[in-house]
Design a protein around this ligand. Structure first.
Ligand code: 1HN
Length: 361
C-alpha cells in the first residue's frame, strides 16, 4: 500500500480488504499505482549492455552453423537479448536484435511478416537477399531493408560465411497484437526485377513522373556502405564535428525524407580521432554496431570498451558519451521515428561541466 498515504491502522485494514474484493471484479485503485504508471522521467527496465563479437558472438554463431542448417532453422539467428529483459527476445522494450549466419550454399526460405527488418552486414560479401523479387548483393557495412509484408529470402552462393545484424520491431508489433506472417510455397523467390533495380530507379533523385509511394517504406532496399562513407567524408571536410554526435547521418526514405521504415530509424556516424563527445540522452533506445575502429562509451555509471563488429545498447534516457583515439564508425538503429510521429521524442545534451555528463560521474 502506498507509503505516501497517512492512514490510521483501521482505514488501512479496510482498504486492504476492499482491494481484495475489487480485484475479484477486475478493478483496482489508481491511487496505489499512479506514480509508477505516469513517471516523471523515463525509467526503462532495459539496461546498457555490450556483446563482444570476436570472443563471444562469432564463436557461438559458428558453432550453431555446425549443428543446424539455415533451412532447418528458417533463420539461423542468435538473439541479442537485453540482460534485464530475459525471455522477451528484446534488446530494448521496442526493438529486437540478432546476428544471422548463412553458410556457403545455404538459403533461408522466403516468408513475409508485419514486422519490419533491417540488416547491417558485419562479415562476408556477396550473399544476396531478395525482397519482393529483387535481389541485392550484400557487402560489409551495407544497410539493407526488408519492410513490412515484403517477401524475403536470403542465399549465400559464395565460399565464405556471411554474418549480419538483424534489427526488427518485434516487441512493438507484439505489444500492439498486430502480427501476421506467412511462409511461401517456394523457398526461393523468382527474380521479378533486375538485381538492384530499386537503386537504379530510385537512388539517383529521379522518380518516374506520377510515381506515388505504395506505403510508408523507402523504395530502396540497399544503402551501400561506400556511399555512406563518401557522405561522412564530405561532411568531415566541411567543418568541425557536432559535440555530441561527431559526424552523424540518418538514413532516409528518398520519397519522403522520413526514416526508411516507419518503426525503425537508422544512423551512421564518424567519430574522428581524439574525439570525446559531450554527454547526451534521448528518449529513443539505441542499438549500436561498431563498423570500424575502437573506443569506449560511458553509459550512466558504466564504461563499455568496444572494437570493430561489437554491438552495444543504450536504453532510453541514459546519459552517454563516446571516446575514441582513432577514427571510428558506428551504425545505429532506434525507435526514434515512432516517438517523433507520436510527438514523444525528447533529447538533452550536457555541457562538459554538467553533473549529468557521464564523464564526470
Ligand atoms: C526474420 O524474418 C529474419 O528474414 C531475421 O532474416 C530475424 C527474427 C524474428 C522474426 C523474423 C530474416 C527474424 C525474422
Amino acid at each position: 500500500m502506498s507509503e505516501a498515504l497517512n492512514l490510521d491502522v483501521n482505514r488501512r485494514a479496510r482498504l486492504q480488504q476492499l482491494y481484495g474484493s475489487l480485484s475479484e471484479h477486475a478493478m483496482a485503485p489508481l491511487w496505489e499505482s499512479l506514480h509508477s504508471l505516469v513517471k516523471a522521467t523515463p525509467r526503462t527496465q532495459a539496461v546498457p549492455a555490450k556483446w563482444d563479437y570476436k570472443r563471444v558472438v562469432r564463436p557461438f554463431l559458428i558453432e550453431c552453423g555446425d549443428l543446424i542448417t539455415a533451412q532447418e532453422a528458417e533463420r539461423r539467428v542468435l538473439i541479442l537479448e537485453n540482460p534485464a529483459l530475459s525471455g522477451s527476445a528484446s534488446i530494448t522494450r521496442t526493438l529486437y536484435a540478432g546476428v544471422q549466419l548463412i553458410l556457403p550454399g545455404e538459403i533461408a526460405p522466403a516468408h513475409r511478416h508485419v514486422q519490419s527488418a533491417l540488416r547491417f552486414i558485419i562479415e562476408g560479401k556477396g550473399a544476396y537477399t531478395s525482397v519482393d523479387g529483387e535481389r541485392t548483393i550484400m557487402q560489409p557495412g551495407d544497410f539493407v531493408l526488408t519492410p513490412n509484408w515484403r517477401w524475403h529470402d536470403h542465399g549465400n552462393e559464395t565460399t565464405e560465411p556471411m554474418i549480419w545484424l538483424d534489427g526488427l520491431d518485434i516487441p512493438l508489433v507484439l505489444f500492439l497484437d498486430a502480427s501476421f506472417a506467412e511462409r511461401s510455397s517456394a523457398d526461393t523467390q523468382p527474380a521479378l526485377k533486375p538485381a538492384d533495380d530499386s537503386r537504379l530507379q530510385f537512388g539517383n533523385n529521379l522518380f518516374p513522373v506520377g510515381w506515388k509511394p505504395g506505403d510508408k517504406n523507402s523504395p530502396l532496399i540497399n544503402y551501400p556502405y561506400e556511399r555512406s562513407c563518401a557522405t561522412l567524408d564530405s561532411m568531415r571536410r566541411k567543418g568541425p564535428p557536432d559535440p555530441a554526435h561527431g559526424y552523424k547521418l540518418r538514413y532516409i526514405n528518398p520519397a519522403t525524407g522520413k526514416s526508411p521504415m516507419p518503426t525503425i530509424g537508422a544512423f551512421i556516424q564518424l567519430l574522428p580521432a581524439e574525439f570525446s563527445s559531450a554527454g547526451y540522452r534521448s528518449t529513443d533506445s539505441t542499438v549500436y554496431a561498431v563498423v570500424e575502429g575502437e573506443g569506449r562509451t560511458v553509459i550512466g555509471e558504466q564504461t563499455f570498451s568496444w572494437e570493430s563488429k561489437d554491438i552495444f545498447v543504450v536504453p532510453s534516457w541514459h546519459w552517454h558519451a563516446h571516446e575514441v583515439s582513432q577514427d571510428a564508425i558506428l551504425f545505429s538503429f532506434s525507435d526514434r521515428p515512432v516517438q517523433e510521429e507520436l510527438g514523444f521524442w525528447r533529447e538533452e545534451q550536457a555541457d562538459a561541466s554538467s553533473p549529468h555528463d557521464p564523464r564526470s560521474t
